[in-house]
Design a protein around this ligand. Structure first.
Ligand SMILES: [Zn+2]
Length: 296
């Protein structure tokens, strides 16, 4: 277990909660939380592996596509052209959407999963290796580097962001999406599915990712938190699983949603504005490096 916060170096990490019997600790100052990794069971690892199968991803790909298209639209307004690298491209869905912009040269890095959505796109360079190895051998510079649902998988995102800067052109953009452990979803849903303690080593809030990016030499140019109604409802459904009688469960669920859903739909944008959305989406620009030279 890490003993110090990667952002502020504080060793005062306090117990936050248990998820699937795995403890999560948090630095209250930075709002960064850390998964204690020692107790991962085979059972929960198997459940996690299932999530990464193409078979279980395909039924979800339609809602993912809708989300990604909106994110790509925002990116298009910030970046007109250039070389883009998507780190941890999964099955290649987001990269495939980015190729719709003819001014983007897209590369995808994914060590494990097949690039299902990029199969017919021969113009995308695919790197099949882990990111740390890639960083060691990379001699190129990019105009945009993307981490969609990826940065929380690294032990030390601070180090990853600092090293990523080295393969970025001046004024290049970094695009990050992360689950928000301070979201309304995470607070209300007893089994919030994005804790994913087998894989997520660090957990972020809007405040903590902004702070970390600034520390690593980036200026924030866009932030938002959001979630889809589908994701929120699917997570909330889990709260009713403990009711074993199916009729009673349906009646209670129906009554709850009858009150909750109109209120949620009415006020969710206000909640998102204040950083309570389930996902955080950030675009930041690499700061200009100030070279200190000796004047004689
Ligand atoms: Zn801290």
């Amino acid at each position: 277990m890490r003993v110090k916060c990667i952002s502020c170096d504080s060793s005062e990490l306090t117990f936050h909660r248990k998820v699937e019997n795995i403890e999560i600790y948090e630095c209250r100052k930075c709002e960064l939380a850390y998964t204690k990794k020692e107790k991962i069971t085979k059972d929960s690892q198997n459940r996690q592996n299932e999530l990464y199968s193409l078979k279980s991803y395909l039924p979800r790909s339609k809602t993912q596509k809708d989300k990604f298209e909106k994110l790509a639209y925002i990116l298009n307004t910030k970046l007109k052209c250039g070389k883009i690298l998507e780190v941890g491209s999964g099955f290649g869905l987001f990269s495939s959407i980015l190729t719709n912009n003819p001014n983007y040269e897209v590369e995808a890095l994914e060590p494990e999963l097949p690039q299902h959505f990029l199969n017919k796109r021969s113009n995308v360079v695919i790197h099949k290796l882990d990111y740390r190895s890639f960083l060691k051998m990379c001699v190129k510079k990019y105009d945009c580097i993307i981490f969609v649902d990826v940065l929380e998988h690294f032990d030390n995102p601070h180090e990853i962001l600092s090293r990523t800067k080295e393969i970025m052109n001046t004024n290049a953009l970094i695009v990050i999406q992360l689950p928000n452990y301070k979201s309304l979803m995470a607070r209300l849903c007893t089994n919030w599915s994005w804790w994913m303690v087998q894989d997520h080593k660090v957990h972020f809030s809007k405040k903590s990712i902004i702070q970390l990016l600034k520390q690593c030499g980036f200026s924030i140019i866009h932030t938002q938190t959001y979630e889809s109604l589908y994701d929120f409802k699917k997570n909330l459904d889990g709260n009713f699983r403990f009711i074993t009688n199916s009729v009673i469960r349906k009646v209670i669920k129906f009554s709850f949603y009858l009150i909750f859903l109109p209120l949620y739909l009415l006020f969710r944008k206000i909640g998102w504005f204040f950083g309570f959305g389930g996902l955080i989406f950030v675009i930041a620009k690499k700061n200009k490096e100030i070279r200190i030279s000796c004047l004689h």
